[in-house]
Design a protein. Structure first.
Length: 252
């Protein structure tokens, strides 16, 4: 969809698929007085023809927030440096749900000696588990897998496939957590932990010993068994995906 841009007061408004308009941080004026004046104009000129108004408010202009809420805006989501607020201009307007989950990734890495790569965390666990962690903002699954394994063990890997997806609730921030377990091939073998603040120990352990050790977490062991039995969902790059303007990974 082509973006439709309209200038209203000091605001550059961008039309979205829900017949809403979005105000980016760059369009915010410098003073509260200017913001309130232009906000009133914006509402007046769009109330009969649009469904929603979205405004990204930078943390440096957080004193704009009470002005927005006074004019019927409410919180939708946030990041480190902004709050996204939204106002319904029509009663039954659909507002897409804010992110309701966190994303994590783990890796099953088995070398030519049939040894499994495992880690022990300093704070959260005293058992050996699969290396992995949070998927960062804008990061793809395969990228996160490669990064996390290297940070926690120093091992370079080649991403192969997605083995399993698990859903946990409740988790951090009263959200769900989706954990994506992946299969990867080691490209190096010498342990050299990069994230020494988080990881206490990393090592290679014989797969059979790990699976038969009752002290090891059943969750991790089940994922390892699944990785051994099947190849999982492979990353595909069909021709039609080359026309996408957004980053996308397709697993089939």
């Amino acid at each position: 969809m082509l973006e439709s841009v309209e200038i209203i007061g000091c605001f550059k408004t961008i039309l979205d698929p829900y017949n809403g308009i979005t105000i980016e941080i760059e369009s915010l004026p410098n003073s509260k007085e200017e913001f309130e004046k232009n906000l009133n104009l914006l509402i007046k000129q769009t109330i009969k023809r649009r469904n929603l108004i979205w405004i990204y408010i930078d943390i440096s202009k957080s004193d704009f927030i009470p002005i927005a809420t006074k004019n019927g805006f409410f919180f939708h989501s946030c990041d480190e440096n902004y709050v996204l607020v939204v106002k319904r201009l029509k009663e039954n307007s659909i507002i897409p749900t804010a992110a309701n989950h966190t994303l994590g990734v783990g890796a099953v890495v088995i070398n030519e000696k049939n040894e499994l790569l495992v880690i022990k965390e300093k704070l959260y666990s005293k058992v050996f588990k699969l290396p992995g962690g949070h998927i960062d903002n804008k990061e793809m699954i395969s990228q996160a897998c490669i990064r996390e394994v290297f940070e926690e063990t120093g091992i370079k890997i080649e991403f192969k496939s997605v083995i399993s997806i698990s859903h946990l609730y409740p988790h951090q921030f009263h959200k769900s957590n989706l954990y994506i377990a992946c299969l990867a091939k080691p490209l190096s073998f010498d342990i050299n932990i990069q994230d020494i603040n988080e990881i206490e120990e990393a090592k290679w352990i014989d797969v059979s010993l790990y699976l038969n050790d009752n002290s090891m977490p059943e969750f991790s062991k089940n994922i390892v068994r699944a990785a051994i039995k099947n190849n999982g969902l492979n990353l595909n790059e069909p021709e039609f995906l080359k026309n996408f303007k957004k980053n996308i990974e397709l697993y089939l």
